[in-house]
Design a protein around this ligand. Structure first.
Ligand SMILES: [Zn+2]
Ligand SMILES: [Zn+2]
Length: 153
């Protein structure tokens, strides 16, 4: 799996694999990112962080029997993906804004559009950021979120 090139389910761009990313946050969480739209693809078998692997498997459970089918294919196994709304529970007990997550019912992978994470953490005003550095910023947001409990809504 590691050697095959994955493609962005949104725009078909070749995804940058975690190993080819410069930042450890990508390899730790097994994040492949799209150089065009800054979307993030995660797969539990690509991650090295135990927290991330457990969280992805828990999220995957929520896509086996539930979720609404969407017209995009899993970058890892080509299954039709599903979408669900979910939120993370913050330290103070309140929930983050709802974000949409596309999950694969077959393998434990998820796709996150850049816009979903940007709603939780708006870009810091520097509009000249390249999509890759934007993906890096979003991966850091996601890295923090993966430490929080999540709820499907
Ligand atoms: Zn893309
Ligand atoms: Zn899949």
């Amino acid at each position: 799996m590691a050697s095959s090139i994955l493609h962005c389910p949104r725009d078909g761009s070749a995804l940058v694999s975690p190993d080819n990313s410069q930042k450890s946050v990508f390899s730790r969480n097994g994040i492949s990112h799209c150089p065009t739209c800054s979307g993030l693809a995660l797969n539990s078998s690509a991650a090295s962080s135990e927290i991330c692997i457990k969280k992805l498997e828990m999220i995957h459970d929520g896509f086996k029997d539930e979720g609404i089918s969407v017209d995009i294919c899993c970058p890892f196994c080509d299954s039709e993906m599903k979408v669900r709304d979910f939120a993370f529970r913050k330290i103070d007990g309140s929930l983050t804004e709802l974000i949409e997550i596309d999950g694969c019912p077959t393998c434990s992978s998820i796709w996150l559009d850049a816009g979903e994470l940007q709603r939780l953490s708006p870009p810091s005003g520097n509009t000249s950021n390249s999509p890759s550095s934007e993906a890096g910023a979003l991966a850091i947001v996601l890295d923090l979120l993966l430490h929080l409990p999540f709820v499907f809504v």
